[in-house]
Design a protein around this ligand. Structure first.
Ligand code: 5GP
Ligand code: ZN
Length: 144
């Protein structure tokens, strides 16, 4: 039985998966990270990578835990390429309901893509205003 990490939310579906209370198709696991197949895949091989500690959104994670999650992305990407034969994939990470997050436990989607699969993101690109950019840089840097 997998160990339950100290930071766990009993109401969280992903914490229940980590604890082994809800089954999943496990792909990879280490002390800090779990990867498993998404139950509602957008494409074959759609995978979720999650920290074992419960954090609702990325900003709440330590740099070290975020690094532990990111560290497995290249390896899992290579394995998914080998297993599915795709040449393209997206890493998607939603924070907050407005951004499309449904499960409030940080997760990285790995979504294999094939030409003409109809998936995508609305991307109505604007134009960066140089004055606003300067003030944005100042205020963001102050908060770093
Ligand atoms: P979000 O919209 O929060 O970024 O994505 C949540 C993802 O979790 C969805 O793609 C959904 O299919 C997946 N998911 C939700 N519940 C479960 C579950 O019980 N098991 C697995 N394997 N995936 C789940
Ligand atoms: Zn959780």
């Amino acid at each position: 039985m997998p160990t339950v990490p100290p930071l766990s939310d009993p109401a969280c579906i992903f914490c229940k998966i980590i604890a082994g209370q809800i089954p999943c198709h496990r792909l990879y696991e280490d002390g800090q990270v779990l990867a498993f197949l998404d139950i509602g895949p957008l494409s074959r091989g759609h995978t979720l990578v999650i920290p074992k500690a419960h954090h609702a959104t990325l900003d709440q994670m330590s740099d070290a835990l975020a690094s532990a999650c990111a560290a497995v992305l290249p390896r899992l990407s290579r394995a998914l390429i080998a297993a599915t034969g795709v040449e393209a994939w997206n890493i998607l990470q939603n924070n907050g309901a407005t951004a499309g997050q449904v499960v409030p436990h940080v997760h990285f989607h790995i979504i294999p893509r094939t030409r003409g699969d109809g998936l995508g993101y609305r991307w109505p690109a604007g134009k960066l205003d140089p004055n606003d950019a300067a003030s944005l840089v100042e205020s963001i840097k102050r908060s770093l």
